[in-house]
Design a protein around this ligand. Structure first.
Ligand SMILES: *Cc1c(COP(=O)(O)O)cnc(C)c1O
Length: 480
């Protein structure tokens, strides 16, 4: 069994195993002609259930064969140009290389004595990101597992900065289309059920600053504490960007912490063409960035950045077994002092490899391409009488629905769109997402693959229309 431990005596086994795995994935990527096979839970569950984990196969090749059957064959492939559903990106090769290196070396970024150079690389990437945002000389931050954790940490700092003991008094303002992690965080932070105030959005799904001002005023009048305003720079559903400069002004006026959730829109930090769309982000007290969304990084890769490094002390605890207080005076850099996690992956290495091989402009150019594609897709949809499209994209999302000429019952139109999405998923020809707009079912393309073309968009729209028409035809038959 010791032959499976990665060390100086097993490097040949390591090379062979990893190469075999890489060959399998490479063959898979080359051969997939659809983003999904349409496998169902009922198809797949028995195959996985049948495997006895107490009866190992022992042989790597046999295990990879089995993996083909239970996972690789039917996985959802984000590299395919017709995967258009959620905020998942195809990944760049330098980052995948980084992933292979970081898991083999297996540094843990909690303390200097578990990572050495890894800690300094992470710090440099945090400084790089903070500088791109424009957070100023006192900025800092830390890598996290994702936007959810970044938002939680940012709101923890905001809560502590209020120095308010009565948590029931705290209010967090976020647009009605902000990410649900804001509410989850509020709950975890012990805030009351009324704590998150949903601020209405305008026609373009951007927070209405007049409404925000009104809510902040009401909060002040009621003797409550405006703990934070969460501005979303790229909503998950629409890619809409809240008006950051105006929100910054209101935060200043009412003494509220400004958090910018740029989990999606952070790709613009590297953009050559559209960086101005997130102007005002430099006013934030904290920022969430998800490199695993718009920097083409493998999951996980995310960070929370803060304007004032000192605020990270709210996440600092010392333990004799790990990061004793004396290490601070000895100037030993322990990232755990800034993090909610303890043992933590060296995810930063993926971004490092990416920037060193491709440069920031390379990443930004890829993100610009998908933003341009979305703009083109919007023109196609707006000109197509079969579809209703909402919100001209600020990033790379299109939200639309099929609107049959002959049907007026909105519930029936909802069902036709829901059916089209399910039928498309079952066929595996394309994967699209869905959401609700003013109570009605819509479909959504999140475009993050620069390989997707307008021809793909046109083809998928035709497939959607075909499935929806088929549903309506059958529904008519049922009625007769
Ligand atoms: C995806 C997303 C999140 C959550 O990020 P995870 O990495 O999935 O945890 C938070 N906010 C916004 C706006 C997002 O799009």
């Amino acid at each position: 069994m010791r032959s499976h431990l990665l060390n100086d005596t097993t490097t040949e086994h390591y090379r062979r195993s990893v190469t075999e795995g890489v060959e399998r994935v490479a063959a898979k990527l080359a051969a997939t002609d659809r983003p999904f096979t349409g496998v169902t839970v009922d198809d797949l569950a028995p195959r996985i259930d049948a495997i006895d984990l107490d009866q190992p196969l022992r042989d790597t090749t046999a295990v990879l064969d089995e993996l083909e059957d239970v996972y690789l064959r039917d996985a959802v492939y984000f590299h395919h140009p017709r995967y258009l559903a959620h905020l998942n990106c195809p990944v760049v090769i330098p980052a995948v290389l980084g992933e292979a290196v970081l898991s083999a070396v297996n540094s843990s970024l909690d303390t200097w004595d578990q990572s050495a150079g890894g800690t300094l690389i992470e710090r440099k990437l945090i400084d790089w990101t903070a500088a791109r945002i424009g957070l100023g000389p006192a900025a800092d931050g830390v890598f996290t597992s994702g936007g959810t954790q970044s938002n939680l940490q940012a709101l923890l700092l905001a809560r502590e900065e209020t120095k308010t003991e009565d948590l029931a008094k705290l209010r967090v303002f976020a647009s009605e289309v902000s990410h649900f992690s804001v509410q989850k965080s509020a709950k975890l932070l012990g805030l009351g059920p009324e704590a998150v105030v949903a601020v209405p959005v305008d026609h373009d799904k951007r927070m209405q600053t007049v409404a925000l001002a009104h809510e902040l005023e009401r909060c002040a009048e009621a003797g409550l504490v405006p703990m934070a305003v969460v501005a979303t720079a790229g909503t998950t559903d629409f890619g809409s960007i809240d008006p950051l400069p105006e929100i910054a002004g209101l935060c200043e006026q009412y003494g509220a912490w400004m958090h910018v959730d740029a989990a999606y829109g952070c790709g613009l930090l590297a953009s050559l063409k559209y960086r101005h769309r997130i102007d005002g982000i430099e006013c934030a007290d904290s920022v969430t960035v998800d490199y695993h969304k718009s920097f083409f990084q493998p999951v996980s890769s995310s960070a929370v950045l803060v304007r004032d490094a000192a605020t990270l002390r709210h996440a600092t605890y010392h333990a004799e077994y790990l990061n004793p207080r004396r290490m601070v005076t000895e100037r030993i850099p322990n990232q755990v002092d800034k993090s909610l996690q303890t043992t933590r992956r060296f995810d930063a290495l993926k971004l490092w490899m990416t920037l060193r091989v491709m440069g920031a402009d390379g990443i930004g150019a890829l993100f610009d391409e998908v933003c341009d594609l979305a703009a083109e897709g919007w023109r196609l949809l707006a000109a197509d009488p079969r579809f209703d499209v909402v919100v001209e994209p600020s990033l790379s999302t299109l939200v639309f629905r099929y609107i049959p000429a002959a049907v007026t019952d909105p519930a029936e139109i909802d069902r036709a769109n829901l059916y089209a999405r399910k039928a498309l998923f079952a066929s595996g020809d394309a994967v699209v997402a869905g959401t609700k707009v003013t109570g009605r079912h819509y479909l959504k393309f999140t475009l993050l693959n620069p390989e997707t073309t307008t021809a793909d968009i046109t083809a998928v729209l035709d497939l959607i229309a075909g499935h929806a028409e088929q549903y309506l035809g059958e529904s008519l038959d049922r009625a007769c």
